[in-house]
Ligand binder design. Sequence first.
Ligand code: HEM
Length: 502
Amino acid sequence: MAKCPLAATARRVYTLSSVSLTPARLPPGPRDIPIIGQAISLNPDKAHLQFTEWRKLYGDLFIFRLLGKNCVVLNHPEIVRNLFSRQEFLEVTNDRPGGFMAKYVLNDSQDVLFRQYDDRQKCLKESAVNFIENHTAKDETFYEQVSVEIQQFTAGLRTHMHKDIDLMEFIDPSVSKQVALMLCGKLLSDTDPAMKSFLGFEQAANELGKVKNQMALSACPFLRHAPGKLGGTFRKLAENRDKLLKFFITDTRDMTDKFRCKGLVDALMERALKEKQTRDDWLSETFIHGVVMDMTPAAVKPIQGSLSVLLLLLVNYPHIQQKIRAEVISVVGKERQPKLTDLPNMPYTHACLQELMRYHTPLPLSARHHNRIEIEFDGFIIPKNTDIYTNLWGIHHDQRFWKEPECFKPERFLSEKGKLLPDDHPLRRNYIPYGVGPRACAGKTFGRNSLFLYLTNIVQNFLLLPSSSEEVPVCDVNYFQPGVVTRAPSFKVRLTDASKME
Ligand code: HEM
């Protein structure tokens, strides 16, 4: 078709004028209500479900306003990839929006998770990923200590056989100990004061991190000093933080212990020394503190939340529990403790974990991104300083990408011959539980390994039965406990000795 010069000029004028933000070029979205925006119609606890409904009305990229802020929601994996990892955008779409935690807990974002995407963030993240994903996976002392912890955990469960128990009450502290081990290189006991500070910090950070508390504290930061619940929680957080950091940074450094392995703090200290020799010594202890604090919500919560959903699935679907157990017994046997090297030989169990990350999607809205300049994408303008949400849950439950997305079907990740689908299989393009691009998760292998070890050790030892006194909830996302990381509602199970069942 011949090109009309007039039309081309008109289009050019339109494009130029639209760069100065004509509302017509904003993405579609629900009608704005002055000042409050969608504050009334949006339930922050179920925002991912609401966004999934809005996607049907407004498409894969839509915008809405919330208390004076622009918010964009991405509902398609290709859009997420394009915006967060395409060269032309990645330097401008990978910031974080800041907020109360970033400013008052992490000392103006001196950390990995809350910091904007700058050279310091890149350097810290690179060191953290190298350590968490590459070093721990090969460090035998580390996994020996993890095995010790899991043995103690299963031994603890044995004393509660045939009773109705909330298994998460045992799993939660055990996961925290594993993450603390990754940080300081030492397996702490339940009674260790450092472990108490870790748990105290974790609880307070979790409470303050709730959407409604974040909104209140970001609007009125002085509330942290006020009497009352919020102020009290902030003081608890600060007190535990100081104790925790003294232990992790100062005391651990001088600790010589034959069971101590290298921790993330040691790795960052080494990096700090290197930085000192080459550049200005920005990598101070405050940054290392920041990374320690990041790991509490970033590492502990997704592992705990995923395990809670996994257990609920095992009780609701005994045939899946049975299949995993059969695989564990055939590969590992009944006596030896399962280890990471068993994973490649256990495709069904591996597929269950992959399906868990799709079905549950521990971070249903990922972590918010922020764009530092206005960008034009796919014919739409995304205004500067927009909060960008990725609806990971919506993407993982979208019928365009998944057959029967509401069903837990590990088989979808297996070939007809029962092998795990390769990473480059087309289905995997729609599978992004850890996010995409330079801000993607720093601990996905660590998380997967941890889930694998808990799952196989539990199933090898115990049969999980429904509680005899309470009805087990159905596994339904509508009843998950809300949060940046969701988890299953509390429920009780009964454990029996798996070896006696055959
Ligand atoms: C087990 C399941 C896990 C899931 C599903 C998960 C998922 C995610 C997601 C969706 C993000 C945000 C990505 C983005 O902003 O685009 C993230 C960030 C992050 N995750 Fe994970 N995560 C998991 C476990 C872990 C573990 C075990 C660690 C540490 C050992 C970890 C450390 C981090 C850190 C530090 C970030 C921030 C990275 C940055 O801002 O550059 N995560 N994770």
